[in-house]
Design a protein around this ligand. Structure first.
Ligand code: GSH
Length: 208
């Protein structure tokens, strides 16, 4: 049975699930919710996620929200990209969190003030500050990737997913990796993956 994912294709948090499912050959039905599609304030949606946020997963009536929880649930359920060694798994969790919170915060802010908010609510100063914060964090990531080809343990893992998506968002927001050669080499590897192309590169931009 296909997994239902409530959430617009342009959402970075939805793309985490779509990319993983495409990589793992898991059937997904995407339902456009959130952004310009709305429908997240309805009672039906709030019964699934009282926070009115996307993505929400429905796996044969098992409802789950929080993108990283969905990612880990599907990884365990289908036994794909499961890491048994607790030290490696700890590092994967560290980078999932860093990508999803520390790095995502200024990326979301820049997205809002460049793409999602109505023109009259966008603020250039907030966007510039977010851009500077992103550059500081890209320095950290670039330094980390000098030592290895992927985020953790020299192979593709769940840790590459949130960071890959947010780095692609940076590219969409005209942030260049010219000064971050190690990130660029890693990003080129991600772009060689069909699953990344089909779910992240080809996705519409927020708020669509
Ligand atoms: N921590 C949550 C964050 C969810 C979230 O903020 N989703 C955004 C989209 S990336 C959202 O629902 N935005 C409102 C909307 O699209 O209408 C998760 O990882 O799932």
């Amino acid at each position: 049975m296909a997994i239902k994912i409530y959430g617009r294709l342009s959402s970075a948090n939805v793309q985490k699930i779509n990319w993983f499912c495409e990589y793992a050959n898991i059937n997904v039905i995407n339902l456009n919710y959130g952004g310009i599609h709305g429908k997240t304030q309805t009672t039906e949606f709030k019964d699934m996620n009282p926070n009115s946020r996307i993505p929400v997963m429905d796996d044969d009536n098992f409802i789950l929200y929080e993108s990283n929880a969905i990612l880990r649930y599907l990884s365990k359920k289908f036994d794909i990209l499961v890491e048994e060694k607790k030290e490696i798994s700890g590092k994967i969790d560290q980078w999932i969190d860093w990508g999803s919170f520390t790095f995502a915060a200024p990326c979301s802010l820049l997205t809002a003030h460049k793409l999602s908010l109505p023109q009259d609510q966008r603020d250039e100063l907030i966007a510039d500050k977010a851009k500077n914060d992103i550059f500081s964090l890209l320095n950290i990531l670039n330094f980390h990737l000098a030592k290895q080809d992927f985020i953790v343990d020299e192979k593709f893992s769940l840790a590459d997913i949130p960071l890959g998506i947010w780095c692609h968002r940076c590219v969409n927001l005209e942030i260049s990796f010219d000064n971050f050669p190690n990130i660029n080499n890693w990003y080129i590897k991600l772009k060689e993956m069909n699953s990344f192309q089909n779910t992240v590169v080809s996705a519409p931009l927020p708020p669509n």
